[in-house]
Design a protein around this ligand. Structure first.
Ligand SMILES: [Zn+2]
Ligand SMILES: [Zn+2]
Length: 679
């Protein structure tokens, strides 16, 4: 009987790999291969793991060595390159391999029975391509777009590019035509190229998926995102794994897909915070994508009108090639004029200044659309009692309960707790309790009073809870059934509203004074993006000039100056100088240790021990502090920031540190994040 030892990665925080014995159950059985999936006993359970190596030695005592129950031979092994990608992510983010590799696979692939897998494999065989459809006409590129597309398609080896273009400059068209060139280079269907396109949120950008399918009718396009049903996700994943899917369009999780013939990676809106996973393995899909492109020796394109400062820094230092689109792609479409409304002079009524009301009225008269942007959903962020000072704070969090007037609830956006709106003050009985501040619902209510004849639509997380409702809402805007659109950041992304000539920004100032040093970078990106919704078509005869009106109390702030000039370069340069002087990323590397406990003191004490448990050189260990939102859902949270000017030094320190942290006995749950973005 033939046998060997398999080193298998499992989805557990315990160890890197586990050893199992494999025995051939029939003579001449083919041996297991690295990258295959195997079912093994683990504790009292049976689980699926990934075979990392095949060996004939083990340190495990023979009587303790357990037997592999089954190997999924019907599935081609995951490639060595894919295992290397997971290995890198595990090492970099300080997690066991299995915690990276297995959650990245579709659930149905990790199931103990192969029913779903076998069914999907059969379906995949049958799934044909719509070869008969005629492709959509390919728009002609302007010279800058053409140059960028050619540069991407013709690059050899690892070639990272920043496609830096103002909103509406036609970055998508550059992606598509570069992709078309690369797909056309490969006549050999056995070895046909695959292209991975990452977008921040697929549900908000269905136009892109439609465009891609229409442009490449003979090519299989597969989507990968968390909104897919499990069966569909498995099928799409398998299509990518088998190399049938040539274009893979996905959100951040698609970066861990198995793509055996990957030739190009495109990351649209690369600055978007949603590329960073915020729980479990807190990876940056953008950073992993750059590593993957480097490992495979292929081009990667990072596209943005407001690149992340890290990316901008790489472009300045020529590590990334900068491809620039300075003009809007639609002929005669110009960037909107940005104006500030000083709220100290023009006092708002119901949150809206008279200047903005006049501008809205003008659009209504001309049958043009307007968009009001306010990054706060609900009716009011808090209700309070003037008599005794009571405010509606969440009993479980360091946060206010937000008033949702439409469904008559107070809702905590952090822990989800809901309560009825009290009829009187719970403390003093005063019946005159008032909403303070303004959310999208309250602005909508105010607008309905000012413009009773206008068709007003609100788009935010509350109005789009039902599946498909966001899409339906955006469709009605595109069909011209909406005069004024009110929304949160959901409306800022990707949409090409051709009849929109006015964007009003209601309350952006709070981010200017946030203690999070990234807040102004994010605010600027968000404002540029939402401003970019205006004026995407050429000005109509008799139509309005496209405008962006920003209501602010800090009209002199340099951020707004740069916004008015559409000058990301200037803004980014200033910000980078500030970061350098303050020794902040990208000039320093950081990791954040978080601890959660029933009591704050326990969490802080654990962090205090953590701060002193390892010798270190070249590492700055800051003091443990409570997190800004200390309490969430009855759990207290504290954090400890460690920094180093050297990435390798930090990585080495973290490895030693984690081993010591595991030995500390404390009633806390802790987690370590490398390159944290929310501090
Ligand atoms: Zn809460
Ligand atoms: Zn009261």
């Amino acid at each position: 009987m033939e046998h060997c030892i398999l080193k298998i990665a499992l989805d557990t925080p315990l160890d890197f790999t586990f050893d199992y014995r494999w025995c051939a159950d029939v003579p001449d059985a083919s041996w297991p291969l690295p990258g295959q999936l195997a079912v093994v006993p683990f504790g009292r359970r049976e689980v699926v793991g990934v075979i990392v190596a095949v060996s004939n030695t083990t340190d495990v005592a023979p009587e303790k060595l357990k037997q592999v129950l089954a190997v999924r031979t019907q599935l081609a092994p995951l490639s060595a390159a894919w295992l290397a990608l997971c290995g890198f992510a595990a090492d970099y983010y300080q997690r066991p391999l299995g915690e990276v590799a297995l959650p990245g696979l579709p659930k149905n692939l990790r199931a103990l029975t192969t029913v779903a897998l076998d069914k999907a494999l059969k379906k995949l065989e049958k799934r044909g391509l719509a070869h008969d459809a005629t492709p959509n006409a390919t728009p002609k590129l302007n010279p800058a777009q053409q140059q960028a597309a050619d540069a991407i398609a013709m690059s050899q080896g690892f070639a990272p590019s920043l496609l830096y273009g103002v909103t509406g400059s036609g970055k998508t068209e550059v992606y598509l035509q570069a992709a078309a060139q690369i797909l056309a280079q490969d006549k050999d269907t056995e070895n046909a190229a695959q292209i991975l396109i990452l977008v921040p949120e697929i549900n908000l950008t269905p136009q892109l998926e439609g465009n891609i399918r229409a442009r490449f009718p003979g090519v299989m396009v597969a989507t990968l995102h968390s909104g897919l049903a499990e069966g569909e996700r498995l099928l799409n994943w398998l299509a990518a794994h088998a190399g049938h899917a040539r274009i893979i369009l996905g959100t951040r999780l698609a970066i861990l897909a198995s793509l055996p013939r990957l030739r190009l990676i495109i990351i649209d809106e690369e600055h978007d915070p949603s590329y960073k996973q915020q729980e479990g393995l807190r990876y940056s899909a953008r950073d992993l994508a750059v590593w993957r492109a480097h490992q495979l020796g292929i081009p990667i394109v990072l596209g943005s009108a407001t690149p992340a400062l890290e990316t901008w820094q790489h472009a300045l230092s020529a590590r990334y090639r900068k491809l620039e689109l300075r003009e809007r792609a639609v002929p005669d479409a110009v960037l909107p004029k940005v104006r500030l409304i000083d709220m100290e002079r023009d006092r708002p009524v119901d949150g809206i200044t008279s200047t903005l009301v006049a501008a809205l009225r003008q659009r209504l008269e001309r049958h043009e659309q307007s968009l009001l942007f306010l990054n706060r959903r609900g009716y009011a962020p808090v209700i309070n009692c003037d008599a005794c000072g009571w405010v509606s704070d969440c009993p479980r969090c360091t946060a206010f309960m937000v008033l949702h007037k439409l469904d008559r609830r107070l809702r905590c956006h952090h822990c989800g707790l809901e309560q009825r709106i009290p009829k009187s003050c719970p403390t003093c009985g005063n019946v005159d309790i008032q909403p303070m501040g303004r959310g999208t619902q309250r602005v909508e209510e105010g607008l309905q009073l000012i413009f009773p004849e206008a068709r007003i639509l609100r788009i935010d997380a509350d109005s789009t809870r039902l599946k498909g409702s966001a899409q339906a809402a955006f469709d009605s805007v595109h069909r011209g059934e909406v005069d004024i659109l009110i929304g949160t950041q959901m409306v800022a992304k990707g949409h090409d509203f051709r009849n929109l000539t006015l964007v009003g920004v209601l309350n952006p100032d709070t981010a200017l004074f946030s203690q999070d040093y990234r807040a102004s970078e994010r605010l600027f990106a968000q404002l540029m993006q939402v401003a970019g919704r205006a004026g995407r078509a050429a000005q109509k005869e008799g139509g309005s000039v496209s405008e962006v009106l920003v209501q602010t109390r800090y009209a002199q702030h340099p951020l707004y100056g740069a916004l008015m000039a559409h000058d990301y370069d200037r803004f980014a340069t200033t910000l980078l100088q500030e970061r350098q002087q303050a020794s902040l990323p990208p000039f320093i590397y950081q990791a954040l240790l978080r601890a959660e406990a029933k009591e704050l003191a326990i969490a802080l004490e654990f962090l205090q021990q953590a701060a002193t448990c390892v010798e270190h050189v070249g590492i700055i260990i800051n003091d443990p502090i409570p997190m800004t939102m200390t309490r969430v859902a009855n759990v207290d949270r504290a954090q400890l920031l460690v920094e180093s000017a050297s990435r390798p030094a930090l990585q080495n320190f973290l490895k030693a540190w984690i081993a010591e942290l595991r030995k500390i006995k404390a009633r806390v749950s802790w987690s370590l994040e490398v390159d944290p973005v929310d501090i």
